[in-house]
Structure formats: C-alpha cells, structure tokens
Design a protein around this ligand. Structure first.
Ligand code: PEP
Length: 251
C-alpha cells in the first residue's frame, strides 16, 4: 500500500512573512493528519523561516528546483547541499514551467534528479504532455520520453525513493483538470514503463502524484484511482482553507 503524498508548490508566491503565516495555519489545522505525507515547497527565500515553524510537525519541507553541482561558479544557482542544510527533504525537478521558461530538458532533469538522490533527498520528477501533444495522440510517446530519459542511469534501489508527478501541461493553472479516468490511464501507463525499466516490485513502490488544477472538490475522486498516490498542488496550495481540504480529502 503506497502512502499518499500531497505537496504544495507555491511557485514564485509568498514573501517569507506570508509563507510563515500560511504554514503556521497549516501546522495548526493539519496536526491530526497521520496517514498522508504533507510537503510544502515555498520559494528559496522563505525556506529558512518556514523550516522553523514546521520543526517537529507532520509537515515536511521541499524546494522547487536545484542545480546538479554541489558548489562553484554558477551564479544564481542553489545546490542540493545548501537545500539539505536548510532542512529540505524533497526537491521538485523538471516542473513544466521550468521546461517551458527556463530551458530544462530531459538531460538537465536527469542530472538534477541524480544529484538529489546522491544527497539522499527525494526528487519529485515532473513529467507530462502539452495540449497539442495530447491532441495529436502523442501523450504516451511524451511520457515514455520523459521517463526513459529523465531516469537514465538511476538504479532500481534509487528509483524506489523517487516520486513522479504526472502533470498534463494543459491542466496546470488552467482550471481544467484531467478526468479521473484520463489521469488513471496515464498513471497506469507510467507504472508500466517503470516495470519495464526496473521490475514489478520497484514499479509498485514508486509513488506517482497527479498535478493539474487539483482542488478541494476534485481531490477525492482523483485519489480514488488505484495508481494515483497523491497530488502536486499549485494554485490551491496558496490558500490555507483549500490546501487543508485537499489534504483531508486525499485520505
Ligand atoms: C503545479 O504547478 O504543479 C500545478 C499543478 O499547478 P495548479 O495546481 O495550479 O494547476
């Protein structure tokens, strides 16, 4: 039985002070949740303050990006070593906005995922097709490309620790959610790919989150699908009430 994991991707939202206010509310309202992993991924600038609030609670910290080298002349970048020191347990890798606006490729996603794993942190590796790819019936082709190239060289033992986030790009921030059937079809295909790449046992351990306009009113039916193991939530994770309802509705 895979444990559900709900992660809030706050993107470039919330100053450190605003982030503290939100996470203090989450800490209070989610304190009795025991059977779901809860992760918040604030911007880098809020990590040091947020970690102080969540210490000793059931909320874990994640970052939204990393660089693959540990240190060096890479102006503007942040490394896994730095993020681990701050208390991050998870790092999102290859979000579609990074692929779209910042030139992330399967190759850089792969380097980042391996760097995260080498520091014994958990990468949340984002994959998913764009609207035109779905319309041209290329969804499975894109998912295969993202999985095979994004996970290249990652061993079976390492793979058991990763989280895949299936995020159809057409559903991110658009209010247009994949139907539970569309999501299940993609997740089951991804699990099949993982089985081919590794083995059955490994494919059944890896958690696959769904992301794309998850809201309080669609979380339960999405989570009822057998291969959906949680959600990566953008917009609806920025408001206390909706993120609390999503975590509660995911059980
Ligand atoms: C995301 O950014 O990962 C995401 C799924 O965003 P939203 O929930 O706003 O669609």
């Amino acid at each position: 039985m895979r444990r559900k994991i709900i992660a809030g991707n706050w993107k470039m939202n919330k100053t450190a002070k605003e982030a503290v206010d939100l996470v203090a509310g989450l800490k209070n309202q989610l304190k009795n949740i025991q059977d779901v992993d809860i992760v918040v991924c604030p911007p880098f600038t809020a990590l040091t303050e947020v970690v102080k609030v969540i210490q000793g609670t059931n909320i874990q910290l994640g970052a939204q990006n990393t660089y693959w080298e540990d240190a060096g002349a890479f102006t503007g970048e942040v490394s896994c070593v730095m993020l681990k020191e701050l208390g991050c347990a998870y790092i999102i890798v290859g979000h579609s906005e990074r692929r779209q606006y910042f030139g992330e490729t399967n190759e850089t996603v792969n380097k980042k995922a391996k760097a995260v794993l080498s520091h014994k942190l958990t990468p949340i590796i984002c994959i998913g097709e764009r609207l035109e790819e779905r319309e041209q019936n290329k969804t499975f082709e894109v998912l295969k490309d993202h999985i095979e190239n994004g996970l290249k060289g990652i061993t079976g033992e390492e793979a058991k620790k990763i989280i895949i986030a299936y995020e159809p790009v057409w559903a991110i921030g658009t209010g247009k959610t994949a139907t539970p059937q569309q999501a299940q079809e993609a997740h089951s295909f991804i699990r099949g790919l993982l089985k081919e790449l590794y083995d059955k046992e490994t494919s059944e351990v890896i958690r696959i989150q769904y992301g794309g306009s998850v809201k309080p009113d669609n979380i339960s039916e999405l989570m009822a699908q057998p291969d959906l193991d949680g959600a990566l939530v953008g917009g609806a994770s920025l408001k206390l009430d909706s993120f609390v309802k999503i975590v509660e509705g995911s059980k």
